[in-house]
Every structure is written in C-alpha cells, then in structure tokens.
Design a protein around this ligand. Structure first.
Ligand code: ZN
Length: 503
C-alpha cells in the first residue's frame, strides 16, 4: 500500500476508535451525574461492550501493518512533522495493547472491579485484613502486566509509562529527592513559626445556590467556555472531555464549606480549559490528545493554586465573595482570608492536604508502590510500612488504616504508577507559571482587574494546541528552556509562605 494511503487509513481507524471512546466517556459522565442508580447493571454492560469493541479496533493486526508501512516511509523522516508525532504515539499505544495477553486484561478487569468494592467496605470498616488478599491479587497481576509490556530498567517504568509517556522511575526519583530535601525544612520552619490562621470563616454559611453562581462566574472568568462545556454535581469530582465543543466538569457542594467546591471548580475548570484548547481538527489522533496525566494535572493545579490562591486573584474576587456570602465573609479581612486558604497543616489525608505537604503524600506512595512492584514489600505488610514512612515524613502516625493506607482508591483499581503524576503536575505548573510571568509582564495587574485571557491564551498557544506533538518533558524544555526541575515549585512555595508565616 502507498504510505500516504496507509497513513490516512491509520488515522481513520484511530479516529473511529476515539469516537467510540468518546461515546463511553459520555455514558461514564452520565453514570456519575444523572443516571438512576438502578441503571448501573445495564450501564456496566454498555460500557464493557464499548471497551471491548474499542480494544479490538486498536489491536487489529491491520493497525500493525499500516504502522509498519508508514514507519518504513519518508513520511516520518522529519521527527517534528505531524505524521511522525502521530505515528510515534499510535505505535506506543499499539505496542502496549498488543503485548498484554487477553486473559491478563480480562483477569485485571475482573479482579479490580471486585477489589474496588472490597476496598470501599474495608476503608469504611477500617479493616485492612479484608482488603489485603485483594491487594495481593492486584499487585501480582500488575507485576505480570509490567513483565508483559517490558521496560528499560525497572518494572515500575512500564507502569509509569501508561500515565506519563516517556517518564522513567530514575528521573522521578532524582526529581522527588531534590524536592523532598528542600520541602522538609520549609514545612518544619512553618510548623515551628507557631502561626496559624483562623479557618472558621471557611466553614460558615455558604448557601449552595450562591456557591454555584460564584463558582460558575470564576470558571468563566479564567476561560472555561460554557458554550462548549457544562458544570454539574457529582460525588467524586472529575473532568471529562467528550470531544470538540463538549467538555463536562463536575463538583460537589457543602452548605457550610467554601473551599472544597470553589477550589474544586477551579481545578476541574483548569482540566477543562486544556481539553477545550486541544486542536479540534486533530480530534481522535495523538495531535489532538493531551500530552500526559502530569501535564493535565499541571493545568488544573496552575489555575487552582498558582492563580486561585494568589493575592491578585483575590484582590478581584474577594469583594465579590463577600457580596455572595455576607454572613460568612462580610466582616473578614482579605489578608486573613488569604492566610486561611493558604494554611499549611500536616494531615493524614492526601486529598485534604495543602500545597506543601501534598507532595510528601505523593513521595510516600511513590516509594511504597515501587517496593510493592519490585517485590520488596509484601502487600500484607503495607499498613506497617505506611505508618513507619508516614512517621518519618510527617512526624505523625495515622491512628487508623482508614486514615492511612486505605484512603485512596488507586491501588484497588490497579493504578500503580499513577500517583507521581500529581506531583509532576505541581512541578510543571510552577515552572510554566514562572515562564508565563517572564513572557507576559503585568500579568498580576491583569489578575487584579479580573482579566485572565492573557494567561489562558499563552497556555492555549504553548501547551494546549500542541497535543502530543512532544512528550511532556520535551514540551517543558521547549516552553521554559530547561528540563523539569523542583526549583520553580520551591521558589513559589518559599515566596508565599515566607511572608505568611514570617519565616
Ligand atoms: Zn486533577
């Protein structure tokens, strides 16, 4: 076959499977927002069918033949061309998919479905003994998966690569070690300062209707396009990019809590702005797809934290928040509010952690996961290992496994290798923001005036429109002129906390 013809046939097939996947995404969104609960068994069948059809389409031998034809042609000669980037990533997905034996894929799906149910009950009952045997099954299967896929150095590389294409365990180990070495003394200095903000104001009267209005206003202001998206309510917030012109974000509201839904909305809107900024003409191909989970997370955390917890942002939004929530915030000073939303407080639960200690939660999981995958740590010994490491890193011991090793869903889903992407997101966010400040002088004055289009446009150009043309690490090098480093995040955290805590 002519290589050009092979390439367009390859794209046609890949796009078709992406269309099918977007149907599954829409069903998944519906399942977590509006579906009546008795519909879940039927929905599971619909989802399983779509997943099977999609897998068959992507692993069909013809895909391998088309790839081989294009790879042997001059079409991919220029590494920066559209074709080279598309073929590189289609090849990566194809290899990962065909290397996994069908029986292993099915066994993983079966075991993790059950393991998630057991985990949920075990977490509620603080009963690790019930979950332990299932964790053992999951880890055994995940280790088989790593062997089947293959890896450059250690088995964990194969798992990491699923979420962060091209990243290696060795690189992340170095990066996290450098971060930890500077973060630990910063957190200690904050604690030793003895300063603590009043946080009661964040738990006053926050009528849900007002929260909805205020959250929507902020999401729209930072650039989430409501003509091409929706904001709905769910139990566990998420963002789902259905396709061009349709991105769904979700949140949850508590009538007496401000932070959870507001910062949650900024976070999901950040993911949504990335999805909305992907080039529509490349939908369904790597060039129309987000670069990695770490990069995705950088976009959510950039808006949630770098922008959304900054003084200029609140100089604009705080008077509006006072109007929306007069009973809770009417008498509060901006400075006190800012301190409250930037409080650093070591705690047991990752998802409740502040910007500084959050990364320590990730470092702990990253180390334990590697030990599980290498076989150095037996699943049955996880609670002890968790608590010991928690004591080392936080100087605290979780009182229960529910507040310790049972808190996250990831392992029950077989998602070992996922956690590092959260801290990578924080690191990328800080490095991009540092560069944006250089490229866009006066950015903070814009924020003070409630204008965020400058930053959003910069992100659209530098990151969103690029899709998967470059791997996340290469993209970072291109955008910021250097490889990903812990320094921008540390400089940002120091700058913020030195003034808040007088350290
Ligand atoms: Zn996120």
């Amino acid at each position: 076959m002519d290589p050009r013809q092979a390439y367009s046939e390859l794209l046609r097939r890949v796009r078709e499977s992406a269309l099918l996947e977007s149907c599954a995404n829409l069903l998944g969104w519906d399942e977590r927002t509006y579906m009546p609960h008795l519909g879940s068994a039927h929905r599971a069948e619909q989802m399983a069918l779509l997943a099977r059809l999609g897998h068959e389409m992507l692993t069909a031998p013809i895909i391998g033949e088309l790839l081989a034809t294009v790879e042997a042609s001059p079409l991919v000669g220029d590494a920066d061309s559209d074709a080279a980037a598309n073929v590189r990533e289609i090849r990566r997905n194809y290899n990962r998919a065909v290397k996994l034996p069908k029986e292993l894929v099915e066994e993983l799906a079966r075991v993790t479905t059950r393991a998630q149910q057991v985990w949920q009950e075990a977490r509620q009952a603080n009963n690790f003994a019930a979950f332990g045997p299932w964790l053992e099954k999951v880890v055994a299967l995940v280790r088989q998966k790593a062997q089947a896929i293959g890896y450059p150095n250690v088995p964990y590389d194969a798992l990491l690569d699923e979420y962060e294409p091209g990243a290696t365990t060795a690189e992340i180990t170095t990066l996290f070690a450098a971060l930890r070495a500077e973060l630990v003394p910063l957190i200690s200095a904050i604690i030793a300062s003895g300063r603590k903000p009043h946080r009661d104001w964040l738990q006053g009267a926050y009528p849900i209707e007002q929260q909805q209005r205020f959250g929507r206003e902020a999401a729209a202001a930072i650039g989430f396009n409501f003509d091409a998206g929706r904001l709905d309510v769910t139990t566990h917030p998420f963002c789902s990019g259905i396709g061009p012109g349709d991105c769904r974000i979700t949140t949850r509201y508590y009538p007496h809590h401000f932070s959870e839904s507001f910062f949650g909305i900024l976070h999901e809107a950040g993911h949504g702005i990335y999805e909305q900024g992907l080039p529509a003409e490349h939908f369904g191909t790597p060039l129309g797809t987000a670069a990695s989970l770490g990069l995705h997370e950088s976009q959510s955390r950039l808006w949630e934290n770098q922008v959304g917890r900054s003084r200029p942002f609140w100089e604009y939004f705080f008077p509006r928040a006072q109007q929306a929530f007069p009973a809770a915030l009417g008498a509060v000073r901006l400075d006190d509010f800012l301190f409250a939303v930037n409080d650093v407080q070591p705690s047991f639960i990752r998802v409740e952690a502040d910007e500084a200690t959050y990364n320590m939660h990730i470092i702990l999981r990253f180390e334990l996961e590697q030990a599980l995958v290498n076989g150095d740590l037996k699943p049955a010994d996880v609670p002890g290992a968790w608590n010991e490491k928690f004591q080392q890193l936080f100087n605290l011991t979780p009182p229960t496994d529910t507040q310790g090793c049972l808190q996250d869903i990831h392992w029950s889903m077989g998602g070992l290798g996922y956690f590092p992407t959260y801290t990578l997101g924080n690191l990328y966010a800080a490095q991009f923001m540092e560069q944006a400040r250089r490229d866009l002088p006066g950015l903070e004055d814009e924020f003070r005036a409630g204008r965020f289009q400058g930053l959003k446009g910069w992100l659209n150009d530098k990151i969103h429109r690029v899709g998967q043309r470059y791997r996340a690490g290469d993209l970072c090098q291109r955008v910021t002129g250097r490889p990903l480093s812990h320094q921008p995040l540390m400089a940002y955290l120091r700058g913020k906390y030195e003034s808040l805590y007088g350290i």
